[in-house]
Design a protein around this ligand. Structure first.
Ligand SMILES: Nc1ncnc2c1ncn2[C@@H]1O[C@H](COP(=O)(O)OP(=O)(O)OP(=O)(O)O)[C@@H](O)[C@H]1O
Ligand SMILES: [Mg+2]
Length: 280
């Protein structure tokens, strides 16, 4: 759905932020870009919605070169969540979330109704709707940022370190809710982080960048942990890679167990419905 084909970004001062990037980002999945500071993650993300234009190569969304799409039209289909949520301080929560629908000229009532629905979806208490961002906790602000990006239902979401400003416990909660939400909405998500644990937890695929904007490895979390491509990647994964891999497989096992018991539960549910119907 999103492809980078030989993409390079050289800023006017000569800095090469992204160097010859080839990447295929799958639709309906979470792809994580991870790597040390300055390795070109944000630049890569911004070349998708043309906040930054590539110097060389082609970025395409749904097979269409983004250079051939008018930036405002392109961005209508792409939600963007930035670090610290980036909310408008003088607008209420509900108006922050309705930003894009307002811009699209939706009826105010409809836009606000949609914003309220999104608040529920991301786990925000409806009582917060009329507050201002400064009156919310960090974690609540991050949820507003996610809700705002989801308004107008874009098929693609770009998320640049959206959970980095909160403490580890709040962050873990936000990650869990985010995964649950993604199960429902199945957006194409490109998620930037410099935290390898977050990458492994959230990513369907992980792209590891190294400084100089080169792609070091692009693969599934399991493969990344079991077969790092080179010394840079294994150093980046760190010494506790074995533990991380163990934890990852345990999570997978737990997920599979839950899946199995869910389908078994469904089957039981149907059986149980049988006699109940017969009794009537
Ligand atoms: N407008 C700009 N002009 C010149 N150089 C820039 C510009 N924006 C970014 N850079 C440089 O490009 C490189 C990649 O920056 P980028 O913001 O993409 O990195 P990043 O991986 O997102 O880093 P971080 O994890 O710190 O957010 C860095 O060396 C940065 O200094
Ligand atoms: Mg960045």
């Amino acid at each position: 759905m999103i492809t980078f084909d030989g993409v390079t970004k050289r800023y006017p001062d000569g800095t090469v932020a992204v160097d010859g990037l080839d990447l295929e980002i799958q639709a309906g999945r979470i792809t994580v870009l991870v790597g040390p500071s300055g390795c070109g993650k944000t630049t890569t993300l911004r070349m998708i919605n043309r906040m930054v234009d590539a110097t060389d190569g082609t970025v395409a969304v749904d097979g269409k070169d983004v250079r051939d799409v008018d930036p405002p039209a392109l961005r209508r289909g792409i939600g963007y969540v930035i670090q610290q949520a980036g909310l408008f301080p003088h607008r209420t929560i509900v108006d922050n979330i309705a930003t894009v629908p307002y811009l699209l000229g939706w009826d105010k009532k409809k836009a606000r109704a949609e914003a309220h629905a999104l608040m529920a979806r991301v786990g925000l208490d409806p009582g917060l709707a009329k507050r201002f961002p400064a009156q919310l906790s960090g974690g609540q602000q991050q949820r507003v940022g996610v809700a705002r990006a989801l308004a107008a239902d874009p098929p693609i979401m770009l998320m640049d370190e959206p959970f980095s400003a909160v403490d580890p416990i709040v962050r873990a909660g936000l990650q869990d809710e985010f995964l649950r939400l993604q199960d429902e909405v199945e957006k194409t998500i490109v998620f930037v982080t410099h935290d390898i644990d977050e990458a492994v937890k959230l990513g369907h695929r992980i792209a590891v960048f190294q400084v100089g904007g080169r792609l070091a490895q692009y693969t599934t979390p399991d493969e990344l942990l079991s077969a790092p491509a080179d010394d840079f990647v294994s150093d980046f994964l760190g010494g506790d890679r074995g533990i991380r891999r163990l934890r990852f497989s345990q999570e997978l096992d737990a997920e599979q167990a839950a899946e199995t018991s869910r389908s078994r539960g469904d089957a039981l549910g149907q059986d149980a419905a049988g006699p109940a119907v017969a009794d009537r």
